[in-house]
Design a protein around this ligand. Structure first.
Ligand SMILES: [Zn+2]
Ligand SMILES: [Zn+2]
Length: 450
């Protein structure tokens, strides 16, 4: 009983895919401890009684596909959107726990020995008050402000009150980065780190770190939810991920968000906001330089590296400084790579589907490669001491002001190298470039009046 309860509490799972034999599950259903649900829900549309709409119970998707189902020998609808987690069709059953509630652990240990800057401490206290009052809170903290640490007191407080806590993020990298840090800070707490391809856990965790995608597997589970990098792709464009967060939390639970580049929507949704306009080390944010790089695409596709870009790269090499060069498309990056490798053979490139992505970033950090060409995939979440950054085609549509601010935030993060070169190479200055620069300067001005 305890094992089934631990596994299913707060989860929504395909009946056939639990770690327990089917007869055990059936027995619990008979006893009323487990509730079965149809995988595809049909809703009678209230506005016009004739139209019936259906949606996937797990991900909310309404675009369902009909197929000839071998399992029930009929025509079933199935959901394509969440199919990697096991196919949900009209005849599949999802189960949730409805037996006795699990009593949560209240003895947790908090072993963090670092200190917060006065700005971090202020925001951290404000967040704690919001969490205790169950009001939504936005932490608007510039890149390099040190935002993870200021969550610790709120998380510890909630755990000790026996609440179940989730830290979600659209990005797998962030989950991987946070998991060991959290385990060190909360050594006695069972923590699950969930992302595509993570290990299967069958026990109960009171603290969960997860990609927003993995939250589809939960229902009414969490008392407190934090969404880190709440404005990152694909969370902002993928409605099912926002649905996942809403479904995974208990109905009354507030959602707290953390980002350096909040959208207007995030700013207007939060009950309370804390702004941290200064980095933890106190130095100003690097301000981008705009440099014209006319017809750079044409040159690159003709196997010529624009001179200004070549010079910039050579300068980094001479100064023995690691560098990142951001490209608007994989295609242009792949075309430019051999041109850069003529300058130095160790220059490499990464993109989202690159299986060696993590290794390459690690190599740059350890100075095993001198520089990386990259797409926007590295715009967030990485820290490389003394890194110099260039954006090629900063005026391209993909480089929104948020993306440019995040990219800029890679420079000068460590206290030993608090500044660095930051160039936006362009073919005509865009409004988004201006907006990014103005926002960075504004944060620096706010910092000076502190
Ligand atoms: Zn689905
Ligand atoms: Zn079927």
């Amino acid at each position: 009983m305890k094992e089934v309860q631990a596994f299913l509490t707060g989860r929504i799972w395909l009946k056939e895919q639990t770690p327990f034999p089917l007869p055990v599950i059936e027995e619990f259903i008979r006893k009323g401890f487990i509730s079965p649900h149809t995988g595809i829900q049909s809703n009678q549309n209230s506005s016009s009684k004739k139209t019936k709409s259906s949606n996937c119970r797990r991900c909310g998707n309404k675009q369902l596909t009909a197929f000839q189902c071998a399992k029930c020998n009929g025509t079933c609808l199935y959901c394509r959107q969440c199919i990697q987690m096991g196919r949900i069709s009209s005849c599949s059953e999802l189960i949730t726990w409805s037996g006795p509630s699990k009593v949560h652990e209240v003895n947790h240990c908090f072993t963090w020995s670092g200190t917060l800057t006065s700005l971090q401490a202020k925001a951290s206290n404000e967040l704690l008050i919001s969490v205790q009052r169950n009001q939504s809170h936005l932490i608007y903290a510039v890149c390099g402000a040190g935002k993870t640490e200021l969550l610790y007191p709120s998380i510890f407080d909630a755990l000790q009150r026996g609440l179940r806590v989730c830290v979600a993020t659209p990005r797998t990298d962030v989950v991987l980065e946070l998991a060991p840090r959290f385990q060190q800070v909360f050594p006695q707490t069972i923590i699950h780190a969930l992302y595509g391809g993570s290990p299967d856990y069958s026990d109960f965790a009171q603290l969960i770190l997860a990609t927003t995608h993995q939250l589809l597997r939960f229902e009414k589970a969490f008392d407190v939810v934090f969404v880190d990098e709440a404005d990152a792709f694909p969370y902002t464009v993928d409605k099912s991920l926002q649905f996942a967060v809403q479904k995974a939390k208990k109905k009354s639970a507030a959602v707290h968000t953390i980002t350096a580049t909040p959208s207007d929507e995030l700013l207007s949704q939060a009950d309370n906001i804390s702004l941290i306009s200064q980095r933890f080390h106190g130095f100003p944010l690097p301000v981008p330089r705009f440099v014209g790089l006319w017809n750079y695409k044409k040159h690159m596709y003709k196997d010529q590296l624009p001179q200004k870009l070549a010079n910039w790269t050579q300068q980094c090499l001479q100064n023995d400084q690691p560098f990142l060069i951001f490209f608007p498309t994989i295609d242009l990056m792949k075309c430019a790579l051999p041109l850069f490798q003529q300058i130095h053979v160790d220059i490499s490139a990464v993109h989202a589907e690159d299986p060696e992505r993590k290794e390459k970033v690690l190599k740059l950090r350890r100075k095993k490669v001198c520089g990386l060409l990259t797409t926007t995939i590295l715009e967030r979440g990485i820290t490389i001491p003394n890194v110099q950054v260039a954006v090629v085609g900063a005026d391209e549509k993909i480089f929104t002001s948020s993306a440019l601010i995040q990219i800029s935030g890679r420079v000068g993060r460590s206290v030993d190298f608090p500044s660095g070169d930051l160039v936006f190479f362009h073919h005509g200055i865009s409004l988004e470039m201006d907006k990014a620069k103005a926002t960075i300067i504004e944060h620096n001005t706010n910092r000076e009046v502190l």
